[in-house]
Write a new protein. Sequence first.
Length: 462
Amino acid sequence: MAYLINNYNGTPLVNVQDRTLNISATSIKLPGRDYRPYGETMVENMVYMLQNFAQGIPPSNPISGQTWYDTNFKLVKVYDGGTQAWLPVGTPQSGVTLPSTGSVGELFYQTAKRQLFVWDTTQNEFRLVGPLGAFDNTNPDYPVPPYSAWEVVQIPDINNVLKTVWRLVIQGILVAIISNESFNSNITNFTDPIQPGINLRTNYNLVGTASRAIVSDNSNALGGLPPNKYMRVDLSNEPDATNLRSLGSSTKVYSKVYANQFVGKATKAVLADTATLATTATLATNSTQLNGQAASYYQNATNITSGTLSVNRLPYAPLNKAGDAMTGMLTLSANPTTALHAATKQYVDSLLLNVYESGRFIIAANGVYPLTHSLGGLPRFVTVDLINIVPEGGYVIDDVIEISPGANSITANNGIAIKKTTTQVTIYVGLDSPGVYLQANSSHSSMILTADNWSMRVRAYR
């Protein structure tokens, strides 16, 4: 006679025929009357239940209320027969839609908005815990988008390297970025590079009194002094009285002073060194001395306003094109454009090695990942790092290993391939895994890497 097996609530589950073993109704084996071997089957069932079916994948044929220990995440989960989902025990529920009911203190993580909610028994609803700004530009705690938020985010620079910053968003407008480093980002309405400190949107200002502002155009004081103590570059600045303002000092002087015209007496002018006629040297027109010497000191210059200056009497020593040695550094105006031009150190350094680095990205078995570089040609070589995100084989989270291209199909289709073009590097992950690697433990035996347990970072060199 067949057994009728009922659920705890009295509803029928399955009929088990005599001398048969049912393995499809539940995660444990259900023996019928006179089934052999009965004892071994029942003992195994008790072991399974004692372990809560501990493994990295959920048990097959679960029933509502059944528990399972997920060894991947080290979590106990319970099966919800209504949603047919395994729910974590002791961690918040998660999903796109907030549940309509809950219990006091119950938490729910809204995955689309990336926000945490707690059940409020007074209002009979899930109330927002944080962060204030929803990730998808809506905010359930306020009726009308766009949202406002003060949040920590990661934004990519122009090389797609993620930078951690604080950002202030008001009514959907990015107002300010606070950074601890300088980088270029091409963010609309912000000036590159983003600087360490507070970066405001174009045409936005800090309003108020800045007691010690570094740049304080609208401040009542600059460096502790009122603005009328400073010379304006956009106006004709007149001294308070005759000769009360000087350029430089007896010990600290300007290396160069530029102007369209100097008017007055120049006692030690050196501007005439580039003039064949003194009339072209504005500074020498009304001067009685050049470089400390009277105008008559210069050969062929009987009249300083019309005489010709002789090179061998100019106040500097010319440098011959051949045979002479320079005593200081030579600075070139630009990079070379033809084969025989002199090259700067900066230009030579730029030819030695150009590097592209991708950001960290998640991989999967049988995955294909095209990465666009801007190296200006075919990379010489490419390196691939794997960064651990789920521990395995003795490696822990954030451990970095370097993996080489190749294939191994002895036990599975393992390995990675790298395709290079002048604009892209494409990574192909093996059908089953990214490769075979030694374990980071005392055995140092090989293991097949699990793609889902690792993220990847790629560097290309030219």
